[in-house]
Ligand binder design. Structure first.
Ligand code: HEC
Length: 112
């Protein structure tokens, strides 16, 4: 028996529909979120920033200041500090804010 964990995004539209973002770009943020350092923020915070059993916590809806603070103070995140430009951080903040705007449904199911 194997336990599997799945996520479904409720009311999620194509990221490109959200290109109104002012200073940054949500889709660029998403790409950095998934790839930075070769493993991405997703390695610790989960594919949708939900945390949920990973090393890092839920960062859906977190701000640019939260990101900067943790890059300076969080031991594991300091490694990524040099890999991110100011624009990367702005884009990531846009993406985290975007993630916080829709609900994530989390459920467990059993595969026989
Ligand atoms: C090696 C693991 C790791 C990676 C990779 C990582 N983080 Fe974190 N992050 C943590 C841990 C651990 C914390 C502190 C616990 C927490 O608040 O989730 C943290 C904290 C944070 C916080 C502060 C949360 C709060 O409540 O104030 C933000 C924002 C954040 N991370 C964003 C990111 C972003 C964006 C990336 C990708 C650029 C990233 N993290 C990559 C481990 C990681």
């Amino acid at each position: 028996m194997m336990l599997k964990r799945s996520f479904m995004l409720v009311g999620m539209f194509s990221v490109s529909l959200f290109s109104y973002a002012s200073e940054g770009s949500i889709s660029a943020g998403e790409s950095t979120f998934r790839t930075v350092g070769g493993y991405g923020c997703i390695a610790c915070h989960g594919l949708y920033g939900q945390g949920g059993g990973n090393v890092g916590g839920n960062i859906r809806g977190n701000s640019l200041n939260d990101l900067k603070y943790s890059l300076e103070h969080e031991q594991t995140m300091k490694l990524l500090g040099d890999a991110l430009s100011e624009q990367d951080k702005i884009n990531l903040a846009e993406y985290m804010e975007y993630l916080g705007t829709f609900q994530l449904v989390d459920w467990m199911y059993v595969v026989a």
